[in-house]
Design a protein around this ligand. Structure first.
Ligand code: UD1
Ligand code: CA
Length: 430
């Protein structure tokens, strides 16, 4: 269910699209559902953000809920997509990114073991606030929304997590009979419980001990809380898989980043997007890498900014205050200091002097700079692309290189120095 408005986020972006470590909220939920082994995934999307939410849903099926008439209506909208399916229907909220595959498959297993027509996940909470209260009796359970509850019911500390498994054939007729005769004038999904009971089915409650897994994101405060928990999980997964992370407290790693065993991530480093570090590669300290690839022994940092498409081959190095983008840095080549290398290909064993710039953009299009093997560029060179520097070439410090440089040549492209002798004395005497 991702059809709600998410007004409490106070954001123009639909709630389920807010990113957590490079993956939208909804993406976390879908990946947990998939990892739990769901055969088919149907996502209920809001009409005003249908396209964007559909894009995030990937290969899941989507259905638009045209009016936000409540959670019961949301599920009712999804059922035609499951026509002919009779089996377990797992229902999750699109705003609960901390759900794990283990929790979900455990719930499905508990449902099967009980032989119930429905199973609702519940948890205990000291201040149950707006959660639906769970009332257990001999016949099974009832769920009462806070706004419809009596004072005695409000005192109950076992609440509805909004996470359920239903037998599809029991769910369908129960949904068809829902009414919106309640305090909020909504079609409540939990109202299928008495309907299933009336039809002779039983709905049981499965108490989840670790309530933190069920955290729902309604505000940016909760989004930040969820992100911190997921950050810890990502770091722990990489550490257990053998990646070296010197200071997890100052390291931020996106969901899709791949770290090989024995890479090293130094403090204050952010690895974003699809960044990949091979064994022996090192990133940081104080570096930001986005969609970058570091092969074995490659190093980025300290203070390096690697943007999308930066590819450091084995043993290559990008150092302090250097920015790269869409750049191949060949084996053992170095961009050690104060440079911008964009839309460039650099060969092997080349050294880029301090303060070099590839001028890749003429205001209209981007152009490529190609630098060969074993090239030495002087400090403060500008390469006005498109331009090609041959193998074993050298460029003089301060050169503005506008034309190709042949292999083995030295290119100097700067004004000659002129010394005006006795200048100071002439000024004094004037
Ligand atoms: C719901 C439950 C409540 C439970 C709580 C747990 C109902 C009536 N109440 O309340 O018992 O304790 O979750 O968090 O179900 N959505 C739609 N379409 C709609 C309305 C909601 O898709 O018309 C989606 C939302 O996007 C969200 C989910 O359903 O992902 C839950 O909706 P929300 O409004 O947050 O329900 P709660 O009031 O929190
Ligand atoms: Ca909610």
């Amino acid at each position: 269910m991702a059809g709600g408005k998410g007004t409490r986020m106070r954001s123009a972006l639909p709630k389920v699209l807010h990113p957590i470590w490079g993956r939208p909220l909804l993406g976390w939920v879908i990946s947990a559902v998939r990892d739990a082994g769901a055969e088919r995934v149907v996502v209920v999307v809001p009409p005003d953000a249908a396209e964007a939410v559909t894009a995030v849903a990937g290969d899941a099926q989507t259905v638009i809920q045209h009016d936000q008439l409540g959670t019961g209506d949301a599920v009712r909208c999804a059922m035609p997509a499951l026509e002919g399916f009779s089996g377990d229907v797992l229902i999750v909220s699109g705003d609960t990114p901390l759900l794990t595959a283990e929790l979900l498959s455990g719930l499905v297993a508990a449902h099967g073991a009980e032989g119930a027509a429905g199973t609702a996940a519940t948890f205990r909470i000291a201040t149950p606030g707006g959660y639906g209260r769970v009332i257990r009796d001999a016949a099974g359970i009832r769920i009462v929304e806070a706004k419809d509850a009596t004072a005695a019911e409000l005192a109950i500390d076992e609440v509805n997590a909004g996470l359920y498994v239903f037998d599809a054939d029991a769910l369908r007729p129960a949904l068809a009979g829902l009414t919106n005769d309640n305090a909020q004038g909504e079609y409540y999904l939990p109202d299928v419980v008495p309907a299933i009971a009336a039809a002779g089915g039983r709905v049981s409650a499965s108490l989840v001990a670790d309530a933190s897994l069920l955290l729902g994101v309604n505000t940016r405060v909760e989004l930040a809380e969820a992100a911190q928990i997921i950050r810890g999980r990502i770091l722990e997964t990489h550490l257990l898989a053998g990646a070296g992370i010197v200071d997890p407290a100052t390291t931020y790693i996106d969901a899709e980043v791949e770290l090989a065993p024995d890479c090293v991530v130094h403090p204050f480093t952010i690895l974003r997007g699809t960044t990949r570090l091979a064994a022996g590669a090192e990133a940081g300290p104080h570096s930001v890498l986005t969609d970058a690839t570091l092969e074995s022994g490659a190093q980025a940092g300290p203070f390096a900014h690697l943007r999308a498409g930066s590819h450091l081959h084995a043993g290559a190095r990008v150092g302090a205050f250097a920015e790269t983008k869409n750049a191949e840095i060949g084996p053992r080549s170095k961009v050690p200091h104060l440079s911008y290398i964009g839309d460039a290909t650099i060969g092997e064993d080349t050294n880029i002097g301090a303060g070099n710039i590839t001028a890749n953009y003429d205001g209209v299009s981007k152009h490529r700079t190609t630098i060969g093997d074993r090239v030495r560029t002087g400090s403060d060179c500008v390469f006005v692309a498109p331009v090609e520097i041959g193998d074993d070439a050298t460029t003089g410090a301060g050169s503005i290189i506008t034309g190709d440089v042949p292999a083995e040549a030295l290119a100097i492209a700067r004004a000659r120095q002129v010394n005006k002798e006795h200048y100071a004395k002439r000024k004094r005497d004037a």
